[in-house]
Design a protein around this ligand. Structure first.
Ligand SMILES: [Mn+2]
Length: 458
């Protein structure tokens, strides 16, 4: 069966039910998946309730109800089908909407999984959107949320644009009129709210001589081009400067890169802007900052707040989510600074560090990903921290760069294989993955992962 056929089958099952429970993941992709599904279903007259979980495992299984007529798992579930079987749900009462590696069980649940069909660049929100659109074509207003989910899961990072089915969803949103595509614009993060010097200096995808990781240098660079802070000492943001100013900056950057013999292939990326959001200083104005705001809600145990934002609450929920975002950014900065200051240990094929219980385990991986550009981006980074749910366990996060993936590295496989050897479990994606292992296995585990990465590169 094709992905479209799986979508149609799922919709037929949904239409046989009038009560649905949606179990979804707490990150931006999980939150947007949940909002897309619950809005589309309620528009079709189906009652829904939603439950967010950090991951589906024996500890969270109790959150899955036994009484519901239909349970939809979104952005999780594909890899936990034998676990779901413990709930003794009827196969026709379970739908899995996911994009993680699938481990089908005998139960024969209805599974709609992008990855199973070879679409590596389509997240769960994209699959959820396909289900919503199949339910009713009028749901194309939800394409915006699907784009946020895809960007949140970094589906655009390797190619620096969305591709495949995600690109078709983008076309729906542009056609509907709430999305604007800025094609091949400068590849920086924070185009709506981040002061330009910070956006240029701290985008970790770029290595611009005299600019990257050099804030004073970046300010001098901008000043030389006549771009200066206003009378209140506020620097402009990328989205607000004029086209000619952008051209001037890009030309100067290209010149500096070429002079230094650096490749310019990662200098340009697509940006997705939302025309129905406030124009000035709103993190909801573009997809990647919107995704960060949702992640901050989820990572700090308020995923339902993110859902309210996705449903359009720009009052109390927004004020609160904005505070979460500020706090989230500060904490990630602390993790990043700690990793850079402390330094990492280096093995033949990975970098690693244990940060203890200094930081919430939900943001350590994000900080690690950002620290990578300031360390040795040629080697994947492995960060360990205490599992806050169970201090006898260690949470492991790994991050790497697209060019390392291109050489054959797969962090999801490396962590799953290695964790299984010590009675732990892992999951995630080739470029970013996580695992839980017994604390006692830490030392051996790090060497095991290093070996696995070495084999992958061989
Ligand atoms: Mn996802």
């Amino acid at each position: 069966m094709s992905l479209a056929e799986d979508v149609r089958e799922a919709v037929a099952v949904i239409q046989n039910h009038n009560e649905v429970t949606i179990i979804s993941h707490i990150d931006a992709d999980g939150i947007t998946s949940e909002t897309i599904l619950s809005l589309a279903l309620s528009r079709a007259g189906i009652n829904t309730r939603s439950i967010f979980i950090r991951q589906l495992d024996p500890l969270t299984l109790h959150a899955v109800p036994d009484d519901s007529q239909l349970t939809i798992f979104s952005d999780l579930g594909s890899g936990q089908q034998s676990l779901i079987m413990e709930k003794n749900l009827f196969p026709d009462d379970v739908i899995i909407v996911d994009h993680h590696v699938s481990q089908p069980a005998d139960a024969g649940y209805h599974e709609v999984n992008a990855l199973t069909h070879g679409y590596e660049k389509l997240s769960a929100a994209g699959v959820a959107y396909m289900v919503a659109k199949e339910l009713d074509n009028a749901n194309i207003d939800l394409a915006k949320l699907a784009i946020i989910g895809n960007v949140g899961d970094m589906m655009d990072r390797e190619d620096l644009c969305l591709s495949g089915p995600a690109r078709e969803i983008l076309a729906d949103g542009i056609g509907y009129g709430n999305i604007e595509l800025w094609e091949r614009d400068l590849n920086i993060y924070g185009i709506s709210t981040r002061p330009l010097p910070q956006a240029l200096a701290y985008t970790d995808d770029l290595l611009i001589p005299g600019i990257s990781q050099d804030l004073p240098g970046t300010k001098r660079f901008l000043q030389r081009l006549g771009i200066v802070p206003d009378e209140r000492k506020h620097w402009p943001v990328w989205q607000d400067i004029s086209f000619s100013e952008k051209q001037m900056i890009v030309t100067a950057i290209v010149e500096q890169m070429v002079a230094a013999g650096r490749p310019v292939n990662r200098l340009f990326a697509d940006h997705y802007l939302f025309l129905d959001e406030k124009m000035s200083q709103s993190p909801l104005r573009n997809a990647s900052e919107y995704a960060t705001l949702l992640n901050s809600c989820g990572r700090w145990s308020r995923p339902a707040l993110g859902d309210s934002i996705c449903r359009g609450d720009r009052g109390g929920a927004y004020t609160e989510a904005y505070k979460m975002l500020k706090n989230h950014r500060n904490c990630i900065r602390e993790v990043l600074q700690y990793i850079v200051d402390t330094g990492v240990s280096e093995l033949s094929h990975i970098l690693y560090l244990h940060v203890g219980d200094r930081f919430p385990d939900t943001i350590v991986g994000i900080g690690a990903g950002m620290a990578l550009s300031r360390l040795n981006p040629q080697k994947p980074i492995l960060i360990m921290c205490v599992d806050q749910m169970d201090p006898e366990n260690t949470k492991v996060s790994m991050r790497t760069k697209p060019d390392v993936i291109a050489q054959g590295v797969n962090l999801q496989e490396a962590l799953c294989e290695s964790a299984a050897k010590y009675g732990g479990s892992g999951g995630g994606h080739r470029i970013a993955a996580g695992a839980f292992i017994p604390k006692t296995a830490e030392k051996e585990f790090v060497y095991e992962v290093n070996e696995t990465i070495r084999r992958q590169l061989a």
